[in-house]
Design a protein around this ligand. Structure first.
Ligand SMILES: [Zn+2]
Length: 544
């Protein structure tokens, strides 16, 4: 594949963000770029950022906001530079006041030795004798490998030592209160995150009804939607939704067989889609421009009109205003006093082999088996419209409008559901904590965004999901994720995330060449790493 357009700066660095629901925040909006933008500034506040991984200004977040007030006092950020990270947390232990968190982290083993040498030698031995990470599964991509190697080299200094330091046994012996027991903190946080069962089924029922109505209506009234399929993706359907079930994504997809993908960006995440000439007229033919490129904007306009008609009669359902740069049609549903939003996103279901950019990615052989990998790669993949980012006027050009983002959300959904190295993980007796770790990481990032809106605005839940997928591919055995080891596993996962931030590199799990941290400056990455480090060292104050 040749790169057709001059690679432009891709701001939409979170490919699954619209699917893997992102984190609310109070982010600063970029200035409106044109007249249309000006009109829809407040609506825009939500959507483009949602694509990018945040869900600003969403009315339904009131409950979350309420939750966030329970947080410990937000630590004030001190001068960046020599005193970066330690300020993140309330001071709990003497070691949380640091001149240089990183230096301190490196000296952590010493401290651990001192505090534990006499009493917890046994515990340490057990921890140290954990099975090493299988190296062969770390070949996600060269960058990733580098990161992992670094991690391995530093392991004794970081994750494990910190984990020991914060292990329940330590705090208990120090005579700390039970609240400072990190395992307890995590368990309590998870309890709070649980979506209540009855709430879940009520919302799901309501969403299903509306979605069925919309689907039937567009099938009937749009010729190109006759064979449209519904793909339910996102955290709700992956069972990793945190807080209330108030946001749903429904991807409605149109099958295309004879298309040519032309990479739009050099990292292989964005494409323009050229429809090849077909013997019979394809229903999407009417959206093809003179270059034979499928124009998403026209499809969406058409679709939007029909969705509007479909819900006209429904009480408590309203269509959110059209937003520049947002490829979703959003319905707001008032269900028993609660607001639910449903995003309908149009997608193309592409029946060709996965693009070459996916080579070296999706390294699940040792985790889920070669067969599962093969099966998944035999499935179609999806393209969703990518409109302009928040960037320059140049990015709002026609090229950006016709760009599509590749999505593997269906595969993500499958492997999160079938996540065990053994087929019976979480189904038989053996329980793992992979999903719990993901929920906790999502929650922590969300809290981080709330505590440091300026620094953490670009973090999103897709970063959490990607980090987990890499971790699962690196630590493949179910025994490495035993639910009784939640604290250890979460420490490790957070350690991974911190390492990625230090390296300013988080590869898309499917497209190794796409760095999901691309849009975050080095300085911010390091600052965020310091915040995370501080959380790890201090028993996750943001989660308590
Ligand atoms: Zn499991």
């Amino acid at each position: 594949m040749s790169v057709r357009a001059k690679p432009r700066k891709v701001q939409d660095e979170n490919p699954g963000a619209f699917v893997a629901k992102s984190l609310p925040t109070t982010r600063k909006m970029s200035a409106p770029r044109n007249e249309e933008d000006k009109k829809s500034t407040d609506a825009k506040a939500r959507c483009p950022s949602k694509l990018q991984g945040s869900q600003d200004a969403r009315p339904s977040k009131s409950t979350r906001d309420a939750n966030s007030t329970k947080e410990p006092e937000t630590p004030k950020r001190t001068k960046s530079g020599e005193n970066k990270g330690a300020s993140c947390c309330p001071v709990r232990r003497d070691n949380s006041i640091k001149e240089n968190p990183r230096r301190d982290l490196q000296s952590a083993p010493e401290k651990v030795k001192k505090s534990q040498r006499s009493e917890s030698a046994k515990t340490m031995d057990t921890k140290v004798s954990r099975p090493p990470k299988p190296r062969e599964v770390q070949e996600v991509c060269s960058t990733r490998r580098d990161t992992n190697n670094t991690k391995e080299a530093q392991a004794p200094k970081t994750a494990k030592s910190v984990e020991k330091e914060t292990a329940p046994i330590c705090s208990a012996r120090r005579g700390s209160s039970i609240d400072e027991n990190p395992s307890k903190v995590l368990q309590t946080a998870l309890e709070k995150l649980k979506v209540k069962k009855n709430q879940r089924s009520e919302s799901a029922k309501c969403v299903n009804n509306i979605q069925n109505r919309v689907t039937e209506y567009v099938k009937l009234h749009l010729d190109w939607c006759k064979d449209i399929s519904v793909l339910k993706t996102g955290s709700y359907y992956e069972n990793v939704k945190i807080y209330e079930p108030d946001e749903f994504d429904v991807m409605m997809t149109v099958r295309v067989d004879r298309v040519k993908l032309l990479p739009f960006s050099e990292d292989g995440a964005f494409y323009s889609v050229e429809m090849k000439r077909q013997s019979s007229r394809h229903p999407l033919e009417k959206f093809v421009n003179e270059e034979r490129t499928i124009m998403a904007s026209k499809m969406l306009d058409d679709f939007r009109e029909k969705v509007k008609e479909a819900v006209k009669e429904l009480q408590n359902v309203s269509l959110e205003r059209k937003k520049t740069g947002c490829p979703a049609v959003t319905l707001l549903v008032n269900e028993k006093g609660k607001q639910i939003s449903i995003d309908f996103v149009l997608g193309l279901e592409v029946h060709t082999s996965w693009p070459s950019f996916t080579q070296g990615g999706f390294s699940i052989e040792n985790w889920l088996s070669k067969k599962v990998k093969q099966d998944q790669k035999g499935k179609p993949f999806y393209l969703v419209p990518k409109y302009e980012g928040r960037g320059s006027a140049e990015q709002d050009g026609i090229m950006a409008k016709n760009a599509w983002r590749i999505s593997f959300s269906h595969v993500e959904k499958y492997i999160l559901k079938n996540h065990g190295n053994s087929k019976t993980c979480c189904e038989g007796g053996q329980k793992c904590c992979r999903k719990q770790c993901l929920k906790l990481l999502k929650c922590l990032l969300q809290r981080l965004k709330e505590a440091h809106p300026e620094d953490a605005d670009k973090l999103c839940s897709y970063h959490a999901k990607t980090t987990l997928l890499h971790a699962c591919a690196a630590r493949v055995k179910d025994s490495e994720w035993e639910s009784s080891e939640l604290n250890h596993c979460f420490q490790q996962l957070l350690g991974d995330f911190e390492e990625n931030l230090r390296a300013c590199q988080l590869s898309n799990f499917f497209i190794p060449s796409q760095n999901l941290f691309k849009g975050i400056s080095r300085k911010k990455c390091h600052l965020l790493a310091d915040y995370i480090e501080s959380q790890r060292n201090n028993g996750f104050p943001l989660l308590s």
